[in-house]
Write a protein that binds this ligand. Structure first.
Ligand code: ZN
Length: 414
């Protein structure tokens, strides 16, 4: 099973926007840009909402059938590990093996020695086509990288083989993710990580490094855009080199996690994909739920009341809401509006604070990030929230489709 060159991770917390999301891909297709939709939902999101992995398969299959989508599509077990993978095996055909927690753990001494030996041929000067800099590699460079990453890659191999033993070789797509770690991985580190991935026999088709800068949930990139661009292009060059050198799948490409709304790096990404003839997997998902909130707020009445109640409750349970996402949010509590203030807002005021329009003076990234991670409150509302989604389906769907098509697909892939 091969992943197409351009793909995008989508998904929604409550499983109601399958068709609205797919509609964006259909429009892009009509305009000549073919992107594979991949519905993703992590074990973390399933646990917080109280859903099971098969619900995502059902949502994807139903949307595809309803809209007559004939292109490829996949269902991604996002950020799974050995403890959480089993429930996803029957219903998924894309697996994001998350090894961030294992980075920095001491590898087995014999395995480390074997890793160093296997990569000894790189000791000296290394030039990679597409990267200006010449790397100077010593035994120590390789050993240091092995000490940091080898344990994690060996662990990835265990998850991979567990899935392979059930689904069979070649029947699913593998992504390796390291994005939720403390520190960005350099292109050189990625080269040796890919070497280890190949040694473990993992046919990775996407790799999600942690890039330089902050990739906070649902808000713009924070960091040095020029530095990001340089690193992103170097990572692509490393991947192209690794495919040839280590025999990894020729479909291997970068995956950008927390990819929603990274407007300031979308133009450099778009340029890099074209000039380097590279593919990309862009993961977004959480912002669909924010479009639901925007739609409900604009609908007024009970929809707006629900949107306000969700904020008040998320604020009350601030620590609980934020804890699972500590590495991917930056909320300044002092910049959050008081619940009484929000209570007095009309629908457009609520939507303006939430909608990611950096040029709008009412936009509040802290408000947006808290609501981004606050979906658990809506889940706890149960029917009250779901009924409102149903009652306002048209307005919500319009926002969901426009968000994916205009803010993401057009900027990254056109
Ligand atoms: Zn991620």
């Amino acid at each position: 099973m091969k992943l197409k060159k351009l793909s995008m991770g989508i998904g929604d917390r409550f499983g109601h926007q399958g068709k609205a999301q797919l509609a964006a891909f259909i429009q892009a297709q009509k305009q000549g840009v073919s992107i594979t939709p991949v519905w993703n939902k992590s074990n973390r999101e399933h646990t917080l909402i109280g859903t099971q992995p098969p619900s995502v398969r059902l949502e994807a299959d139903q949307a595809v059938a309803a809209l007559g989508w004939t292109g490829a599509y996949h269902v991604d077990a996002d950020h799974i590990n050995l403890k959480t993978v089993d429930g996803f095996i029957p219903c998924c055909d894309f697996f994001t093996l998350d090894v961030a927690d294992y980075i920095g753990k001491t590898p087995d001494a014999a395995e480390l020695a074997a890793f160093v030996k296997a990569n000894e041929r790189f000791v000296g000067k290394l030039e990679i086509s597409g990267i200006d800099q010449t790397f100077t590699i010593t035994h120590d460079t390789i050993e240091q990288i092995g000490r940091t990453f080898l344990f994690a890659v060996v662990e990835t191999g265990k998850i991979y083989r567990r899935i392979e033993s059930h689904k069979g070789k070649g029947h699913f797509i593998v992504e390796v993710s390291m994005d939720e770690s403390e520190r960005a991985q350099s292109p050189l580190e990625m080269l040796f990580i890919l070497s280890a991935i190949a040694q473990q026999g993992i046919p990775a088709q996407t790799i999600a490094p942690k890039f330089t800068g902050r990739f906070n949930k649902g808000v713009d990139y924070v960091g040095d855009v020029a530095q990001f661009e340089k690193e992103f292009c170097a990572d692509i060059a490393v991947i192209q080199y690794a495919v040839k050198t280590f025999g990894l799948p020729d479909t291997l490409k970068l995956s950008v996690h927390s990819g929603s709304d990274k407007f300031s790096i979308y133009a450099p990404i778009n340029k890099a994909l074209k000039t380097l003839n590279a593919g990309l997997h862009l993961k977004t998902a959480g912002t669909t739920w924010l479009e639901e909130l925007i739609g409900l707020a604009e609908a007024g009445g009970e929809g707006l009341a629900i949107a306000k109640d969700i904020y008040a409750e998320a604020l009350k349970k601030f620590d609980d809401m934020c804890a699972p996402y500590a590495t991917v949010i930056d909320i300044d509590k002092s910049k959050l509006p008081k619940p009484e203030t929000v209570k007095a807002w009309n629908g457009s005021e609520y939507a303006a604070a939430l909608r990611h329009d950096p040029a709008c003076k009412h936009f509040n990234p802290h408000f947006r990030q808290l609501l981004h991670v606050g979906f658990k409150v809506a889940a706890q509302m149960g029917r009250r929230y779901l009924d409102a989604l149903q009652a306002n389906e048209a307005v919500v769907a319009k926002h969901v489709t426009e968000n994916i098509l205009d803010r993401h697909i057009r900027r990254v892939f056109y």
